[in-house]
Design a protein around this ligand. Sequence first.
Ligand code: UDP
Length: 244
Amino acid sequence: MSNTGNLVSIMDIEFINTTKKNLLYYHLFPRLNRGQKCYVVTANPEIVMKTKEDAEYKGMVQAADYVVPDGAGIVMASKYMKQPIEERIPGFEIMLDLLEFANVQGMSCYFLGAKEYVIEKAVLEVEKKYPNLTIAGYHHGYFSIDDPKVVEQVKVVNPDLVFVALGSPRQEAWITKHMDQFSKGLFMGVGGSFDVLAGEVRRAPNGWIKLNLEWLYRLLKQPFRWRRILKAFEFMARVILKKE
Ligand code: UDP
């Protein structure tokens, strides 16, 4: 981790403790303006649990310049541990703010991940909503992490921002494996965000988000995710029982 912000450690993962606005205005936007390389992970309880179970994955998350608290459980845990994190910072919202910034600044973005028809739809939406940013390119997410052709395609267009939607741990693996070959770029794992951008999956209504129930909304809409929710409960149980 190479940022100098206020950090809160939860199960060996150092979360940036700030507001979304400050993260953008004091950290991410200035780095983009300087063309300084940057790697962002937005981590929820499930990701933290995965770092406990997989040392290699833990290294990939710890390598990030910013680990952002995305998940009500992370904020709850921080309060319980008496080192309260200021607010939850949803990855999807940072992505939209970064797209807006790229639009205003005329920066270029690469979109890597999701199913072929989803990424095509998502890119069309980006073109409509952010007409001044440059779409440096896009590629679906069903390829081998080691595939040099995909890395070459991204490298050759030298984008300012690279959004990687391969799910965890694939997205962190792709970024940490290849980021060294780039001279600039903000690299961020964005999970299922392209599905939301494309209108294939709906984000929870604001009322649910405000009540910290976005996870419940996702569970009701996508019941096959129940195993992930169990992980989030295991995370909370470990925090409460101090069995980190
Ligand atoms: N995905 C992908 N390649 C893969 C696996 C997943 O591109 O090999 C995409 C998937 O289509 C979806 C995104 O990764 O758009 C995130 O998937 P998921 O919802 O499982 O991840 P989460 O948001 O929970 O991290």
